[in-house]
Design a protein around this ligand. Structure first.
Ligand SMILES: [Zn+2]
Length: 118
């Protein structure tokens, strides 16, 4: 895949996991860290995160899978003919994406109608 697509996907995955951890693991001890975005021998910047132990692991698994994705045109992981996630990891990632996707949708709607604190 292109470096642009890689960076975009990596940042999206982080955004989703970060939101999930912020809301679901409020009281967990958080680890601050960063991942250097490095694709095709090109450094694209870094992703800074503040996640609990478990979510940090999930982020790193997702990042590595993305890094090693063999597809030129990366399909949606859900439709991938050769999934690279272990089943248990995939279940976790899928539920995070579902949860955060819904939260982001709600945020958008709230902003649109100016409901709540935005
Ligand atoms: Zn977490």
């Amino acid at each position: 895949m292109t470096t642009e697509k890689f960076e975009k996907d990596a940042r999206t995955v982080h955004k989703f996991i970060q939101l999930y951890c912020d809301q679901k693991h409020k009281n967990a001890q958080k680890i601050e860290g960063f991942i250097e975005l490095n694709y095709k021998n090109k450094v694209l910047g870094e992703i800074q995160y503040n996640l609990c132990n478990e979510c940090e692991k999930t982020l790193k698994i997702s990042y590595n899978n993305l890094l090693n994705c063999p597809h030129n045109e990366k399909p949606s992981c859900r439709k991938c003919p050769a999934p690279c996630y272990e089943k248990t990891d995939w279940k976790k990632v899928a539920s995070i994406m579902k949860y955060s996707g819904m939260q982001m949708g709600l945020l958008k709607i709230r902003k649109l109608f100016k409901i709540g604190k935005g």
